[in-house]
Ligand binder design. Structure first.
Ligand code: NI
Length: 244
């Protein structure tokens, strides 16, 4: 009889032990954020940047693709388009993307007086600040055009680019992917536009190809932080190569 009393507790014990020691499935890779802050030394980094949005359908599709891949990017927004796309801008920030300014009306800042230039930047900054709470947003001047006035009064780093597939021009996915993949180097900033379906498709293909080539995708802010480069207001930045 005494032997019987041990039977069920023993079964229960082994069942519990098996349950606790059973190997758990790994979380799916795509869900792991590319959260490369801090970034392991020697990792090849690249920053994808998107201008001229937000635009309802294309930007939403891009954000879906970035989320699926756990990739962070940087969006330079046109101020006039923020009001109608508030949810998209909030989603960008919540997903860990960096948001920046691309003027209020997409104008060449180099042609403007100091007060008109400041108004273009400030109006956009205020729209973003109301929505996101942050105060500091980098500026990408439309067409990459800067003047002494812009440099002196922008009060934020000016972010240009080092890889330009001219995706607004021919709108050909394969051509854009081939251009980027063949030109990209560690520390580059890639210029694209999330207002074209072809650009969104090309960007996602580029991410998949460069992931295989060992690249990690970071925001502009993270790229410079990972390499210990402090960004100064009124300075122009195009890329951030590895040290040495
Ligand atoms: Ni633009």
């Amino acid at each position: 009889m005494a032997r019987r009393e041990w039977f069920w507790p023993l079964v229960l014990f082994f069942l519990l032990a098996a349950l606790l020691l059973w190997p758990r499935p790994e979380p799916p890779k795509a869900m792991e954020a590319d959260a490369l802050t801090p970034v392991a030394e020697g990792t090849k980094l690249v920053a994808l940047t998107f201008d001229d949005g937000p635009k309802a359908r294309t930007t939403a599709k891009l954000l879906d693709g970035l989320d699926q891949r756990g990739v962070k990017a940087t969006f330079f927004l046109i101020g006039a388009q923020i009001e109608d796309n508030r949810e998209l801008v909030l989603r960008m920030a919540q997903s860990g993307h960096q948001v920046g300014i691309h003027t209020y009306d997409h104008v060449a800042l180099s042609d403007l007086s100091e007060s008109d230039m400041t108004a273009q930047v400030e109006r956009t900054r205020q729209a973003l600040q109301e929505l996101l709470g942050d105060e500091s947003f980098f500026l990408r001047p439309p067409y990459g055009l800067v003047s002494d006035t812009v440099l002196r009064h922008a009060q934020t780093p000016l972010i240009l680019w080092s890889v330009d597939p001219e995706d607004w021009h021919k709108r050909n996915v394969q051509r854009e992917v081939a251009h980027i993949v063949s030109h990209v180097q560690d520390g580059d900033i890639i210029l694209m536009h999330d207002i074209f379906p072809e650009s969104v498709e090309a960007a996602l293909q580029v991410i998949d190809q460069l992931h295989h080539a060992g690249y990690a995708f970071v925001t502009v802010e993270e790229l410079f932080a990972a390499r210990g480069t402090a960004l100064e207001p009124g300075q122009v930045y195009r890329y951030c190569p590895p040290p040495g």
